[in-house]
Design a binder for this molecule. Sequence first.
Ligand SMILES: [Zn+2]
Length: 586
Amino acid sequence: MSRTLCFWLFAASLLLLSSCAERTGDIVLRNGKIYTMDERKPWASAVVIVGNKITAVLTDDKDADGYIGTTTRVIDLRGRFAVPGFIDAHVHFAGAGAMLNNANLLTVSDAEGLRKEMSRVAGLLEGGEWISGGNWGAYEQWAQGAEKAGRRAGKRWEPNRWMIDSITSKNPCLLSSFDGALFLANTAALRAAGVETAKLPGMKVDARGRATGLIDRGSEALPILRKELQKHPKSEARLLNESRAALKMLAEYGIVEVHDITDDAQMKRYAKLQELGELTARVWMRADLSRAGEFVEKGIKMGTHPVTGEQDYYLRWGAFKGYIDGIMGNHTALFFEPYDDQPNNYGRYRLHTSDDPEFKTGNMEKMYGYLKTAHQGKFVANVHAIGDKGVALMLDTYERLMKDIGESLEGYRVIHAQVIRPEDFTRFKRLGVIAEVNPYHVADDMRWMEERIGHERCKGAYAFKSLLDNGATLTFGSDWAGSGAADYYNHPRYLLHAAVTRTTINRTPEGGWFPEQKISMHEALKAYTINAAYATFEQDVKGSITEGKLADLTVLDLNLMEIDPTDILKTNVEMTIVDGRIVFEK
Ligand SMILES: [Zn+2]
């Protein structure tokens, strides 16, 4: 054998050895129905993960054998369905954690339910820590029909302190009804505030004249109790536990990343949890738009880690979050024509768009100034707009910005985009602006949408299909944890079900609400994965199951691409992988 040939054989064998070593997976998922969201290879049966990356996506399951070494964790999917991990493009993480570890009484309307929830919460807390929150009776009111009918019905369940005293003896409680009309204090709270035996107006009493703990909104006892509550702010340990509770839920629900609305205190908690190895979801932190100047001054860059200042795909400062108008729930979303059920009300502006203390008159220059400052610091903006006028004004402002900076507005979003005029649908694509929508809100709001804005305007409400048909890019957000009136479920099955069927969780109305706006499961999954990666400028590194991308995957027990849409609600998450790490396993 010639020396040259010898050399080449030697070199080739080295190459083979090294590539073999490289190919062995840390994790190999095989025998699955893997829907990759990568058009070049839509389906696969096996995925190889090395470190935090996907190194091979295999259509022939037999090929997986070559990637299995002695230390490889082989996961047999047994035909189950996997997708790129879900990205929830709209959460209020701190609020969600607070709701999970505080009293959530939305569904409570009897003593037994109250005791159950209070004992759950007391079990999470140290002695002396206060329990607040509540919103009891919200779902009971729903059950009575339309909102106004429920309110008129008048007959309401009235809890008292003795129902919860034995469970909460170590934790003073100040709870509220869903509409904030009534409050409930337990004995520990009444004592701490020194009002147990006080006879103040608005404090309800029993037949023997003892305070029941139930207090009217207007009672003088309430500010005294609230002052006492404020003297006991949550400890940092408790706040960290709230974040842990929220992260646990995300992992269990197959959500690998959230786009949050974040303040500095929560940013520090994220960084702390990351340091402890407990941050099990990626976070795109959106600071309030009014902080644009401050960020630019500090030299903070979009997409960078809050501590290292380096580009980061795990924990990073994201776009700025702004607001143009209010919300549908309390008739403050901004419309060109008044609400059908409130003929003098057109809705309201917000702090970012108004100098008026009542927010009745707008000042879009203010919004424009923020956008310009953000752009100066190479940040984009994600702005909340709900009513048709709110959306139109936002698009006008974006259009002005696009002309001014001379480029398409990639990464800019209209958050919610709930009600859109027919002529505005085409503008999203023209501007390059993303519609960050909340499909579960359809299932929730359809109960009263037509009553509030009428049939005609409802044609452009949550109009996901029209947005798609006009070339807009959609991302999905849950708006978790929701309002005082409703939980905004963040399990992906609720969002997918609402987008695909346009029915409530009770599967009404039959055929769906404005069924022409239903979208396909494929489009819904896109909005939940690759589009959300595009929305953070990271579509080349994540968002699909593609060789070389970050290893974020969710395994489900049902094949979403095959099942009947009415069964979407039965789907469960079996496994969640974030950055190559299994963070949840059923
Ligand atoms: Zn929100």
